[in-house]
Design a protein around this ligand. Sequence first.
Ligand code: GLN
Length: 280
Amino acid sequence: MRLDILLARAATRLADAGSPSARLDAEVLLCHVLGVDRAWLYTWGDREADSFDQARFEALIAARAAGHPVAYLTGEREFWGLPLLTGPSTLIPRPDTETLVAAALSRMSGRAGRLLDLGTGTGAVALALASECPDWHALGIDLNPDAVTLAKRNAERLGIANVGFRVGDWFAALDETGFDVIVANPPYLSDDDPHLALGDVRFEPRSALVARERGLADLHHLVDASRDRLASEGWLLLEHGAEQGAAVREALQASGYRDVTSERDLAGHERVSLGRWTGE
Ligand code: GLN
């Protein structure tokens, strides 16, 4: 079958199955099978697919129609311009989290220091910041050993050397103190969040999404425990839900952080809150 016809049929099938981005999903999956980019597809759509490629593509479309995230099917997702390996042991990197990277970057630029990324997953935030700030050393921690393996492979594949990854439960396995910046995109959804029943989130690890205390438990722990790990004048930056900005700012202020503020994501929601630790 011609590639353009194969693509059009797949897009229709995904739209019927409820994918909000059916055409794009079909293009990304076909590119993955053929090892080409989307511009190639537009140029060579009149070529015939070979039967092996067609069968592989149709299997991926069936999995996508059943709801599986595109990033798990291709094993890759771009974040901050970096092609990252992804897998079911980690959250899929999201554009929202680029707000966290941008906020940290503006406090890291032009100097050297040490960065800690807690709950690093694919390593997305640590890798983006390490690649932007070659004079910094980044350390990423994750509870899940499979995530740490994936993050290490990402660093190696991207040739980013000023970053390391380690297994641990937040700070539990960590002796180091004196970080100049600590960042985290912790789980922050409440366990009854209706969003958990929709789309890609259904296939992502619950442990990366849901926290107790209506999503605030891990955020509160990080606000409290980071105080012992930050250098004087060090920054803590936390991603959180659109409705959690006030609660996180309040926790930061109550714990003695200064210059507490929030930053908005591209949709205009408060997405990251931060404060500076001046020591007690
Ligand atoms: N932003 C994610 C979502 O709404 C949640 C990520 C998280 O809990 N850290 O799907």
